[in-house]
Design a protein around this ligand. Structure first.
Ligand code: SAM
Length: 333
């Protein structure tokens, strides 16, 4: 009987492919949006030419399963990447130019690429705008905020917690968080409602030194009514507390003219220009600004525009998405 010639294959190409793909995946994990999609396309581009070989397990003993295992990806993800590459075609840049897709949709596409069990993971760190612990937005309760910051590392906390009576405990959490994370003499500047101010002052004073209250005067003609007490509100307090010992720095005015309503992105959004004014007043370039109740990301966007490092927390996934979307737009990706 005629002997069938056995063909042996070198698997050197396989090792190179694995190490190249690993680099692409690492890059993808620390980035977002277009760059992440480009990485996904690149990965597909690497895999597609070899795909048939994997399917037939023809080379050495390596299969698509082995490949997925070595890249710590699911086989399904590899199939997704290949499908994505085929859908986009041979030229990612051309596709990018011709496509008309919003940044939020980018986010959703990228989100969909994650393995299912990670999609609702409380930290969207995979989508972080690198590096992890600054220039980032994290979905977390402020109670866990200390996990993401170092002691004495923050130059300004500018924030806007919920004002309701049921949320008063959050002011205690904020006080604790500020006392740990602020550098000595640095400030917590917080918008506040007026109905429970005595309690708010008390809770913050348990952890910080009271400095002053700024009046943010509403300049638009729309009236906000506090119906319980029949009051038309025309101003909002901005509370200033410091981590002691406090040394006064530049002079600041204690009345700020409001920039009007900017509530399209979040029902309680504050104006970007007001945040810019406060950040400019109390920090310098490269200083680290945190908003632990970031909502739609107003403070983060303002900090980014002014070349400050920033970090935002919010408990609400939609708020995190909106913040990421705004920051991505800012970065012109
Ligand atoms: C008044 S809004 C902030 C709006 C923000 N200044 C803006 O411009 O969009 C308060 C935010 O606090 C968030 N929040 C409520 N409880 C929280 C908690 N325990 N930890 C972190 N964020 C929380 C809410 O989801 C909400 O987005």
């Amino acid at each position: 009987m005629q002997e069938i010639e056995k063909i042996t294959y070198s698997t050197e190409w396989y090792d190179t492919l694995v190490s190249d793909c690993k680099t692409i995946i690492d890059k993808a994990k620390t980035d977002i949006g277009v760059r992440l999609l480009r990485a996904k396309w690149n990965l597909g581009d690497k895999i597609v030419p070899n795909y048939n070989r994997f399917e037939r397990a023809e080379y050495g003993n390596k299969t698509q399963k082995d490949f997925a295992k070595e890249l710590e990806l699911k086989q399904q993800e590899i199939s997704n990447v290949i499908r994505f590459r085929k859908k986009i075609g041979d030229n990612f840049d051309l596709w990018l130019e011709s496509t008309d897709i919003s940044v939020l949709s980018w986010y959703n596409i990228v989100h969909g690429w994650l393995p299912k069990k990670k999609r609702n993971h409380p930290q969207i760190i995979e989508f972080s705008i690198t590096p992890k612990f600054s220039d980032n937005v994290i979905q977390t309760d402020i109670q866990n905020g200390l996990d993401y910051v170092s002691e004495n590392s923050v130059d300004l906390i500018l924030t806007d917690p919920p004002y309701a009576e049921a949320s008063l405990d959050l002011w205690s959490e904020l006080g604790k968080f500020a006392a740990y994370s602020l550098k000595p003499s640095k400030l917590l500047v917080s918008y506040s409602g007026k109905a429970f101010l005595p309690e708010v002052y008390k809770r913050l004073s348990e952890h910080l030194q009271y400095i002053w209250t700024i009046a943010l005067v509403h300049t638009d003609n729309k009236r906000t009514c506090y119906h319980a007490l029949h009051i038309f509100e025309r101003w909002k307090p901005i509370l200033i507390f410091a981590k002691p010992p406090f040394t006064p720095n530049e002079y600041f005015e204690d009345v700020v003219k409001g920039a009007g309503r900017e509530k399209e992105l979040h029902a309680h959004a504050q104006a970007e220009t007001e945040a810019e004014h406060i950040i400019t007043q109390f920090t310098k370039e490269n200083h680290f600004v945190i908003d632990p109740f970031c909502g739609s990301g107003t403070v983060l966007v303002a900090a980014h525009k002014l070349n400050r490092k920033f970090l935002g927390f919010d408990i609400d996934a939609e708020a995190i998405k909106t913040s990421l979307w705004r920051l991505q737009n800012e970065k012109n990706l």
